[in-house]
Design a protein around this ligand. Structure first.
Ligand code: NI
Ligand code: MN
Length: 222
């Protein structure tokens, strides 16, 4: 059974048996204070962009664990330049790994590295399809994600200010039409303070999509 653990902000771990995959490994400075970077032992790091709250402790974790970083070419190069394992991809590209596949999805946001582009990830993890949006605005082509894949879990930012807020995330949910939405990227700092409970009530009133609030520190079965 695959599990998903939330470390607060946009940091999640997908795990099954001996495979661990961490999205946006932001531990040091993460005000949710769920775990230290030294507590995790991933096989894969999926990093959406170079901002400090996403690239996070990635380089330190890669150095210690030899995890393979899967990201855009520009972010992957930060790792391969240090001789850490990296699998460079780019927007629109899909590749098979031992746990399933990864497709890199566009995200409208700063890259955090010269010449790059922020991204999201569509991941098939042992048969469960997870869309991790990264930091992004709402965009109409999210409808194509729902058209080309049956998304089980959509991890969407609701914090506003730097990304979509709750109203736009609700529209994103309608476009993607996943079974379940999990809110992220909120209440780490004052400018992105939001109520995931209000978001859940609003989405569930207007759609048949379930919103699962995963509390920081909580692990759920997928
Ligand atoms: Ni960012
Ligand atoms: Mn961010």
């Amino acid at each position: 059974m695959a599990t998903l653990k939330f470390f607060g902000h946009a940091c999640f771990e997908l795990a099954e048996k001996n495979t661990s995959l961490i999205f946006d490994p932001f531990f040091s400075g993460n005000t949710w204070n769920i775990a230290a970077a030294s507590d995790v032992n991933p096989n894969y790091l999926l990093i959406s962009h170079g901002h400090a709250d996403h690239l996070g402790d990635g380089l330190d974790i890669a150095k210690r664990t030899n995890a393979t970083t899967v990201s855009t070419f520009e972010i992957a190069s930060l790792f391969s330049n240090e001789n850490y394992p990296a699998h460079p991809m780019h927007i629109g590209g899909k590749y098979d790994f031992d746990f399933g596949w990864v497709k890199i999805i566009a995200a409208f946001h700063g890259a955090g590295v010269p010449g790059g582009h922020a991204c999201g990830f569509l991941v098939n993890f042992f048969g469960k399809v997870i869309y991790f949006a990264g930091d992004t605005s709402l965009f109409g082509d999210m409808a194509l994600i729902g058209k080309t894949a049956k998304v089980d879990y959509a991890l969407l930012p609701i914090g506003d200010n730097f990304t979509m807020g709750p109203e736009d995330a609700k529209e994103a949910a309608k476009l993607i039409n996943p079974k379940v939405v999990i809110p992220m990227h909120y209440s780490t700092w004052p400018p992105i303070t939001q109520s995931p409970e209000d978001f859940k009530a609003s989405v569930e009133k207007e759609t048949s999509i379930a919103v699962k609030i995963v509390a920081p520190g909580e692990k759920i079965e997928l």
